[in-house]
Design a protein around this ligand. Structure first.
Ligand code: ADP
Length: 186
């Protein structure tokens, strides 16, 4: 647990399961289809129940007919999860030689997810290590991008009068936890 920064927001890293977090909003590392997948996405749909998938299908039937583009974020119910809502975002697929492009998209995921959360009035938000699983982004490259983007978005929100109480990174593995925790502590 880190002390709140000058905006009053605590940036934290914990080891755990994102589906169990008692926060206003959890972020899903979704894929563009919004219709479920493996990893975090699979766990959220499995534990959250069919309401989340039904909401995603409505998004696909409406504004997101072609799916959610990487770097963007949309909100649905959290179904049976303890969180109030799920912010779905699509991370970049890691492609060797295209690190800069991937970093821009990964940063955008965090920025857009926090903008969506702020619009809903969420004060506590939990992120997984977006893109570092099936999408192959190296954890030590992803962590600084994710944390810097969150810091900037927290400042941006504070400038508009929305103060997040806590933004929490929830890491499944010890290795990811160590890397994100070090970045958060910096
Ligand atoms: P992506 O497709 O964006 O890479 P993944 O879901 O495959 O997303 O993985 C992102 C990260 O989330 C990985 O580090 C993975 O170990 C981790 N992860 C998987 N399940 C959970 C969970 N239930 N809670 C938190 N993190 C998880």
């Amino acid at each position: 647990m880190n002390a709140p920064d000058e905006t009053g927001t605590a940036l934290t890293a914990v080891r755990g399961d994102i589906t169990e977090q008692q926060v206003d909003a959890i972020v899903n590392a979704a894929n563009s289809s919004l219709l479920g997948g493996g990893g975090v996405d699979g766990a959220i749909h499995r534990k959250g129940g069919p309401e989340i998938l039904a909401a995603c299908r409505r998004l696909r039937a409406g504004h997101y007919g072609r799916g959610l583009p990487p770097g963007r974020a949309v909100v649905t119910t959290a179904g049976r999860l303890p969180a109030r809502c799920v912010v779905h975002t699509v991370g970049p697929v890691w492609t060797p030689g295209r690190a800069e492009e991937a970093a821009e998209v990964l940063a955008s995921c965090h920025t857009q997810a926090l903008r969506a959360a702020a619009e809903l009035g969420a004060r506590t938000v939990a992120f997984p290590a977006i893109s570092t699983g099936i999408f192959g982004y190296p954890v030590d490259a992803a962590a600084p991008v994710a944390v810097a983007a969150v810091r900037a978005a927290v400042h941006e929100a504070a400038g508009r009068g929305h103060v997040f109480e806590e933004v929490r990174f929830v890491l499944f593995s010890e290795e990811s936890y160590d890397i994100y925790a070090a970045e958060v502590a910096r």
